[in-house]
Write a protein that binds this ligand. Structure first.
Ligand code: C2E
Ligand code: CA
Ligand code: CA
Ligand code: CA
Length: 279
């Protein structure tokens, strides 16, 4: 038994060392990634449940590392969030996304907003408001065409800087969405106190509506609660026609997921749209 225990221990500690090495490697490579232009952006529309017009296009970062190959944001964003790097990456995302949005402004529906994910550390950074105001001025994009997606984790510490920044950006006319709703700890009071426009139901709940029963009732309850608070409710991670039918029946306002669009380059997305229109 001793041998077996030692074997297990060895296995887990090797595994942990490997994960730690990979983490350190990513941390080491991220600063260069910014300077070497290894990041790019893909966009994923979310559509109105009623007529499938694009209410938003969400910006998602991609990293193709010269050393590691493709690294998913699910892996490197949490690592960047552990350091100041997320602030620099975040500024790059905002600047690049606004530039692309401005370039294609005339091809987009006037109701389509640009949605950008914000990490908690970015909201803690005092320069954020000034930076965003400056980029808006430079690109000429109206503030109401911009939306930031935040998560409940931004608010766990109830920091004064975060709340002040949210208020400043919201007063400028920028919209806010609560992302991944249902995975954190926000309570009704908090949701009501924040300057929110949109509630995005996390995909793990969305994908379970098909099983019916309690899972379906849970999503119904979230949608009704969102509406009570005056919010637009979005289901993310929608993959099947049955999910679309059920969510529409539950009065979910907007839908996003592979069923409609995979995240892709804005050029490709808009090129595809034009082809659809001409055929
Ligand atoms: P998120 O903001 O919740 O984004 C949704 C994720 O689900 C994206 O993964 C998207 O590609 C994926 N997705 C969309 N539709 C479907 C679907 O129908 N089925 C499934 N299974 N997945 C779907 P992605 O692009 O890998 O991003 C993962 C996470 O990384 C994001 O989750 C977000 O938290 C973070 N992230 C991505 N880009 C940025 C960024 O520019 N800044 C920050 N701070 N975080 C980002
Ligand atoms: Ca998001
Ligand atoms: Ca999400
Ligand atoms: Ca997420």
């Amino acid at each position: 038994a001793k041998e077996v225990d030692r074997g297990y221990y060895q296995f887990y500690s090797d595994q942990m060392n490997m994960e730690n090495d990979r983490r350190q490697e990513i941390l080491r490579l991220l600063p260069n990634a910014l300077h070497n232009d290894e990041f790019h952006l893909v966009l994923q529309p979310r559509v109105a449940a009623t007529d499938q017009r694009w209410s938003s296009i969400e910006v998602l970062i991609r990293w193709n590392s010269e050393v590691l190959g493709f690294v998913s944001p699910g892996e490197f964003i949490p690592i960047a969030e552990g350091s100041h790097l997320i602030v620099d990456i975040g500024y790059w995302v905002i600047r690049e996304a606004l530039r692309q949005f401005a370039d294609h402004y005339d091809e987009l529906d006037p109701d389509t907003v640009l949605s950008i994910n914000l990490s908690p550390k970015q909201l803690e950074h005092r320069d954020l408001t000034r930076f965003v105001a400056e980029e808006i001025r430079k690109t000429g994009i109206p503030a109401y065409r911009l939306e930031f997606e935040i998560t409940e984790h931004s608010l766990t510490e109830e920091s004064e800087t975060t709340l002040a920044t949210l208020a400043e950006l919201s007063n400028m006319g920028i919209r806010f969405a609560m992302d991944d709703f249902g995975t954190g700890y926000s309570n009704l009071g908090m949701l009501q106190a924040l300057p929110l426009n949109v509630l995005k139901i996390d995909q793990r709940f969305v994908q379970r509506v098909e099983t019916g029963g309690k899972d379906l009732e849970l999503v119904r309850a979230i949608i009704n609660m969102g509406h009570t608070l005056g919010l637009t409710v979005v289901a993310e991670g929608v993959e099947t026609a049955q999910q679309v039918a059920l969510l529409t029946e539950l009065q979910c306002d907007e839908l996003q997921g592979y069923y409609f669009y995979r995240p892709q380059l804005l050029d490709t997305l808009l090129g595809g749209l034009q082809r659809e229109v001409t055929h």
